[in-house]
Design a protein around this ligand. Structure first.
Ligand SMILES: [Zn+2]
Length: 84
């Protein structure tokens, strides 16, 4: 499979450079990972900040989801005991 690997920085539109390529092997597949960075150091630092911000947001969302599932679970439990 051929893939034209061009990664454009969403922030400044420059072509991102490949920093690191590594291969992860699992039982029956190999995954190639590529880490890219913006050639603009300031831009790269800013996007790294964004990434960690997004990660925090996702973690918070996952936590909220877990909490709401837990709440729903107790709710279901309550209605079952009402039926009895
Ligand atoms: Zn950039």
């Amino acid at each position: 499979m051929q893939r034209p690997y061009k990664n454009i920085c969403p922030r400044c539109g420059k072509e991102r450079i490949v920093v690191r390529v590594w291969v992860e092997k699992s039982e029956n597949s190999t995954i190639e990972n590529t880490e890219t960075a913006c050639p603009d150091k300031k831009c790269q630092e800013a996007s790294e900040r964004d990434i960690s911000k997004q990660r925090n947001k996702r973690l918070q969302m996952e936590k909220r989801k877990r909490d709401s599932i837990r709440n729903r679970g107790s709710h279901v439990h309550k209605s079952i005991s009402l039926v009895k």
